[in-house]
Design a protein around this ligand. Sequence first.
Ligand code: FE
Length: 213
Amino acid sequence: MSRENVATVAERASAVEQALTAKGRLEEGALDGIAQLEETLDWHNGAKVVARAWTDAEYKARLLSDGTAACAELGFEGPQGEYIVVLEDTPECKNLIVCTQCSCTAWPVLGLPPDWYKSPEYRARVVREPRRVLREMGLILDPDVRVRVWDTTAETRFLVLPIQPKGTEGWTEAELAPLVTRESMIGVALVSGPGWANGMSKIDRAGTIHSGE
Ligand code: FE
């Protein structure tokens, strides 16, 4: 087949959409709705949730007892966010999340998953050798820090509440939110601030180890 006969991705997608619509398998405009929804999915929403939890103890308590309702308080709700469970990191326990079956994330607060989260390698290895995977991703945990790997279920979507970095006490929500990364809310990184969290360490790309206290 000559190259000019190959349909573009958009043309092929449109042909599939038309065929499914013609067969009554897809409602008119359904894909436009999904495309619009996708624009609202943003992990920066989760960063706002984390920053609020760090600055408002009562909100944090609500977040840990009912993640779905507390995220909805800030306007973050919708598909794949119907049952959000928030996991609080402590100096003694590091949480991290995976979907071993596919690639589920809590869309309203974590957005769509990054490519590495979807990779078969991450999904297979992180449950067997989490410390090693974390180390490869740049996070070294002290041996006495417990690791809990949470596998997403059909309904549950997790969000890790990372430890607020030392030296940011008294910062406002607006100052804290930009520090929070998607990786820290998946659990494979710490939130870095002026200091590092208790009991944890990090090795940077240059191989320098920053020790916890
Ligand atoms: Fe999944």
